[in-house]
Design a protein around this ligand. Structure first.
Ligand code: FES
Length: 232
């Protein structure tokens, strides 16, 4: 079996190979009226290779149906290939450190409840604050936020198996990015490699200014992939 891999094709779809499981998850709202939990709503049949839409206009979402050719989609990649730690700022906590690479933000808003991840990290001497900071950072699909253990230097997060999740954001009434989990290799159309990471969010609305990664533009354009659950 081939190693899980995603190729960002020139002005076209993501070509996924290596039998990567594909599912759908919805961002559910918690008590503070902010996203707090991911819930799986669908599993797609397993396939060795498949092509996922990245122009945002397929009529067969999440898969590519060739519409990008008719619309003349410009999928030029503009994202940095620098490793996460070179892009991230540092926020010191009691025995944890938060690393934050703001350019990778997909505006999933899991970092908002209970004063927000940054303040929780500062207050992380309190076990509840530490636990909540870790929970929030781990829910960030883009991997913008990663918490590290100060002593070991290791990230504290759920280690995912390679898989891709199609996300929906019913609170914002729009569809979200592709949540790429488990360190799948992502290769740009020029052959450059992005750092494989446990959590990454790929744009599938076609409007990000940080392609191939999501930058939250799906909220601005009200990206709708046709999933009824995102419209109230
Ligand atoms: S899916 Fe988020 S910017 Fe396109």
């Amino acid at each position: 079996m081939n190693k899980p891999k995603i190729i960002v094709s020139k002005d076209g779809p993501y070509i996924v190979s290596g039998n990567v499981p594909l599912n759908k998850e919805i961002a559910e709202i918690g008590k503070e009226d902010e996203p707090e939990k991911w819930t799986e709503t669908e599993k797609y049949p397993n396939k060795e290779t498949y092509a996922l839409c990245r122009c945002g206009n397929s009529k067969n979402m999440p898969f590519c149906d060739g519409t990008h050719v008719k619309t003349g989609f410009d999928g030029t990649e503009t994202a940095s290939t620098k490793p996460f730690l070179e892009q991230a700022r540092t926020f010191e906590g009691h025995d944890i450190i938060l690393k934050d690479a703001v350019d990778l933000c997909s505006v999933a808003r899991f970092c908002h409840p209970k004063t927000g991840t940054w303040k929780l990290v500062v207050k992380s001497k309190k076990p509840e604050a530490k636990q909540e900071a870790i929970r929030q950072a781990c829910s960030c699909p883009a991997g913008r936020l990663v918490i590290y253990d100060k002593k070991t230097g290791e990230p504290i997060e759920n280690k995912y198996e390679p898989s891709i999740t199609v996300t929906e954001d019913p609170q914002a009434e729009c569809s979200g990015p592709l949540w790429v989990k488990g360190g799948i290799e992502i290769e740009s159309e020029s052959g450059k490699k992005y750092e494989p990471r446990n959590r990454m969010a790929l744009c599938r609305c076609g409007n990000s200014n940080n392609k191939p990664f999501c930058d939250g533009a799906h909220l601005t354009v009200n990206f709708d992939d046709g999933d009824k659950s995102v419209k109230k």
